[in-house]
Design a protein around this ligand. Structure first.
Ligand code: AMP
Length: 193
């Protein structure tokens, strides 16, 4: 089973993807985590992306599509993947469909974590405190920019999955276990198909 988690920054995609990984054996593919690892390792890719990420913009599609394509070639991806933070643009949606089709796979479901934008600022502030500011993009100014970029580029992608009857929406402001239970329900429904 291959899933996508949608939601603006701070919606809890990473937290829920990790739960899905533990409970369902899916592989979490977080482009944000992969890019941060590249930045931390000081690779060419990391150097190219750091400033873009710090200002809250999107990394170019070809870079993102390249790292996902490489990652899908790992054997564990065949177990089923939960895409966290990807796709974020129309070009990425198209590339994802092609990459999966080439591997005899498809997207089974997309889940939107709906959030109250004002409350997100509080969440990101909290994450900054908990991680000691490990993420260069965890500032309220960058968050505003990231929310705007999400609204413009990524939120419209939901229509694509809605039109295919693949989209479910959950209240991302609910406590973590409640969101996890909503997700469990969605996955059980998908598995029953
Ligand atoms: P995230 O951890 O998913 O919030 O991603 C952190 C940052 O990495 C984003 O603000 C973007 O700069 C970059 N990024 C992660 N995933 C993507 C993607 N699919 N497309 C473009 N940029 C991305």
């Amino acid at each position: 089973m291959n899933l996508i988690l949608f939601g603006p920054p701070g919606a809890g995609k990473g937290t829920q993807a990790k739960i899905l990984q533990e409970e369902w054996g899916l592989v979490q593919l977080s482009t944000g985590d992969m890019l941060r690892a590249a930045v931390a390792a000081g690779t060419e890719l990391g150097k190219r992306c750091k400033a873009i990420m710090d200002r809250g913009d999107y990394v170019p599609d070809d870079v993102i599509i390249g790292i996902i394509s490489d990652r899908l070639d790992h054997a564990d991806s065949a177990r089923g993947v939960v895409f966290d933070g990807f796709p974020r643009t129309t070009a990425q949606v198209t590339a994802l469909d092609t990459m999966l089709a080439e591997r005899g796979q498809k997207i089974d479901g997309a889940i939107e974590l709906k959030v109250d934008e004002a409350a997100l600022v509080g969440r990101v502030e909290q994450r900054k405190l908990e991680t000691g500011g490990a993420r260069g993009d965890d500032t309220s100014e960058t968050l505003r920019k990231r929310l705007e970029v999400y609204r413009t580029n990524t939120a419209p992608l939901l229509d694509f999955y809605r039109a295919q009857g693949k989209l479910s929406s959950l209240d991302g402001m609910a406590p973590i276990p409640q969101v996890a239970s909503g997700l469990r329900h969605v996955l059980e429904g998908l598995r029953g198909h």
